[in-house]
Design a protein around this ligand. Sequence first.
Ligand SMILES: [Fe+2]
Length: 328
Amino acid sequence: MAVSRRDFVRGLALFGAAGLARADEPLFTAAPADFDASLCVFLSDVHVGGEENSPKYPCDKLRDAVAEILKMRPLPRNVVVFGDLAWLHGMGCDYDVSKPFLKMLTDAGITLTIGMGNHDRRGNFAERYPDTVKTSLVEGLQVHLAVTPHADLLMLDTLQGKDGEYSGPVPGALPENEQEWLTTYLKAQKKPLFVASHHPLHELKIGNKKLAEILAKNRAVAGYIHGHDHRWRREWSHPDWSTVTTLRTLCLPSTGLWGDIGYTVFRVALDRAVAELRQNDFYFPCPLPKERRPAQWDEQLAENRASPVCTFRFRGKEYFEKRPPSDK
Ligand SMILES: [Fe+2]
């Protein structure tokens, strides 16, 4: 059978993933390059660095994650990075190291969305990813929408650090122009929406109002997903005691720096989405050889692996009553 260009490119991508493709595995598949439009993979807190003192293991973990994603069948339509792609200071050299790995995903036809974390810097990032400046929904920021058939994911920009600032504020915040834009956007939203950013929900406000309250009251909002804490952690919040549906929130593991190490597979269905943890390690603050590895690390890893699922049921009725025929 003929090998399509896309399969050829994907084969090259797998080969390029630092020799992870085994010799007994075919580099080229004759199967059509299937994509699942409802399937996403979430990476967070990648922290790959190009500075001399940056550790090398986060890069190895990113390489492994990319190789695993490229072996998925069907392929996910979307891969979303929840910020802190850079090591510590958002240096251009950080993005130069991670970009070839992320390029393997886009070369394979996957749509890539990258959010800003407190360790990123917009200017250095945009120099490596110039198209993201044009596609951002809010000028001067990195605000993007990842689309699936039954729900979309809105990646907000909550980075407070400025270009040229070596170390910036750690907490997140929504700039004023993004607050205004988001208020309008949420009011008009009918399709189920996941709101996302690098930072935890409790750090974010619109005016004096907590974003958590605003999202919990908006029935189109199906959940809030973030990074920053390097933990697989499910929580929920509610706007008041008269409400029977709650807003679920999910914190994602780090791809490879510290804490829960892995990535998340996200499947969107007609009435819900299910996030599934793929955790391959736990370490803090850094990996240790087997003989020095505390038993506690393996216990925490085993506990997470025993409970790897977070389900978000869509809360709005209007979308189901008025959704377009193509969505039914
Ligand atoms: Fe981080």
